[in-house]
Write a protein that binds this ligand. Structure first.
Ligand code: NHW
Ligand code: EN5
Length: 424
């Protein structure tokens, strides 16, 4: 059925998994194909110069008109150039992993795929991987098997750097999801969302009633919340490290201050981060929350051109550190033998009321800050500890599901509540 994916080192649907690990062994650099995968005549590979403004504009336009849409083709992701600059140039980024395809004659950019390095923790394994994102083929070139060529070329260039695993997310169902997370939406501008068809007026409701139901506090409910500064980086890193350890899949990106600074320091129009510093221990961070700006173009609407959407990014709260780390939950002692049973399904965290309360206040404050920054909707996925605040803060399920995948890694599926990795 899957002409391409059936040839790749990914688990087959329904395959029994006995032990976590690579599907194909690593090879040495000289065993990796040295020359680029051939493209159809008339096309050529082109590394994109992210520092070059004209080049960024080409990428921005390719994605603006050809990237991901919802199932009914009403909305299309509209990542800004500033966002792409940030997303594609974290510490350790490589220019050979920003791969464009151009029409040889005109130089026109018609396809793209990117990778950034990330150290991933998946259950009890720590692996150097790449995060693959922003794969895009121009609408006029669809269904010509260009995507498999993009994937093979980036695989080759990643293998050349001694990396043999990748992580990626998609709305598409492919072999084989590691985890599936539903999108949830918190309406902040209900009237505009209804007018664009993003949302709907519940039967027998007036717009005034909906507006009231969607109101958020004018001031953050969490005392002491303020924008994150560089001085907060070490404290944020310590808190996030401890907090993310409650999960089965997360980035160990918090292993250098540099990475925390890149991913969490506020950038105008791109990412917002707020912290609460301990009132008693200076430099200790007790809460952190961040969200990024990913607008969607409204396709074919006479009035509204974009929906300003904030997406929940990383967060942590000291109140969560009392719940046991994932390592203490992943294997269940068998009732019969008392020995740990590797085939048992992974356990989830028990719901902790203290964590639920702290998190609800933290995210409610983020809603207020997003509203203040003119966002129409605040989105998150059913992952992490998000189930603890989703209902109370009036998030509603969306029609989209995000699937998490790994390349060349076989392992048991991860429960959505144990996913701690946020991809852009
Ligand atoms: S997910 C967003 C992907 N982009 C979009 O949806 C934008 C709009 N769509 C398009 O541009 C985030 C095209 O439709 C694309 C496919 C380019 C999606 N992932 O060229 P053909 C990411 O960027 C398979 C993987 O004819 P097309 C993550 C499909 O199943 N595979 O299709 C990217 C079929 O294979 P099969 C996908 O419509 C992760 C084949 O492509 C896919 O013209 C990439 C058909 O190709 C998807 N989202 O172009 C994997 N969508 O076997 C990275 C379709 O079923 C793996 N396909 O016949 C790791 C690499 C690094 C490893 C390093 C060790
Ligand atoms: C790789 N990093 O489907 C990214 N969005 O629910 C690839 N639905 O916005 C990601 N269809 O449900 C690809 N409103 C997967 C995501 C693709 C985009 C996508 C969904 C997520 C979405 C909205 C609009 C649907 C329009 C019709 C939706 C209904 C719920 C409503 C929200 C507001 C409050 C009331 C309830």
């Amino acid at each position: 059925e899957h002409k391409f994916w059936s040839t790749q080192p990914v688990p087959k649907h329904g395959e029994a998994i006995l032990e976590d690990g690579p599907i194909k062994p690593n090879v040495s650099r000289d065993q990796v194909r040295q020359d680029p995968i051939p493209l159809a005549p008339g096309f050529e590979w082109a590394e994109l110069e992210l520092g070059d403004e004209a080049c960024m504009k080409e990428l921005y336009e390719l994605l603006t008109f050809n990237y991901v849409e919802d199932d009914d083709a009403m909305f299309r992701f509209n990542y800004s150039s500033a966002f792409l600059q940030w997303a594609l140039q974290p510490p350790g980024w490589k220019k050979q992993w920003n791969i464009g395809v151009r029409v040889a004659a005109s130089g026109r950019l018609v396809a793209f795929i990117s990778g950034i390095p990330v150290t991933l923790k998946i259950r009890n394994h720590v692996t150097d991987t790449v995060e693959i994102n922003f794969m895009c083929v121009h609408k006029k070139l669809r269904n010509k098997r260009l995507a498999p060529i993009l994937i093979k070329e980036i695989t080759r260039r990643v293998n050349l750097e001694g990396i043999f695993q990748a992580v990626y997310t998609a709305g598409a169902f492919l072999p084989t999801p590691l985890a599936t997370c539903r999108y949830y939406h918190r309406s902040l501008s209900p009237k505009k969302l209804v007018e664009t068809g993003f949302s709907y007026l519940p039967p027998n409701w007036t717009m005034a009633r909906l507006a009231k139901a969607c109101s958020v506090p004018t001031e953050p409910t969490l005392p002491g919340l303020r924008p994150m500064t560089v001085a907060d980086v070490p404290g944020v890193r310590a808190l996030l490290n401890a907090f993310l350890d409650r999960h089965c899949l997360f980035t160990a990106l918090w292993h250098s201050d540099e990475e925390v600074q890149h991913w969490l320091m506020p950038v105008d129009g791109v990412i917002w981060s707020y912290v609460v510093e301990s009132p008693t221990t200076p430099g200790q961070i007790d809460d952190v929350v961040s969200f990024y700006n990913l607008p969607s173009s409204v396709i074919n609407h006479p009035v509204h051109k974009t929906i300003n959407a904030a997406y929940l990014f990383y967060y942590a709260t000291r109140a969560g550190l009392d719940t046991p780390p994932a390592a203490e939950l992943t294997t269940t002692p068998s009732a019969a033998t008392g020995e740990s049973d590797a085939s048992a399904p992974p356990q989830s965290q028990p719901d902790d009321p203290k964590l639920k309360m702290a998190l609800t206040k933290l995210i409610e404050s983020a809603l207020t800050l997003a509203k203040r920054n003119d966002f129409d909707v605040f989105n998150c996925l059913a992952m992490n500890f998000n189930h603890l605040f989703i209902d109370d803060l009036r998030f509603k399920p969306g029609d989209g599901y995000l699937k998490f995948y790994m390349y060349n890694w076989r392992c048991q599926p991860v429960d959505h509540k144990q996913v701690g990795l946020v991809m852009l």
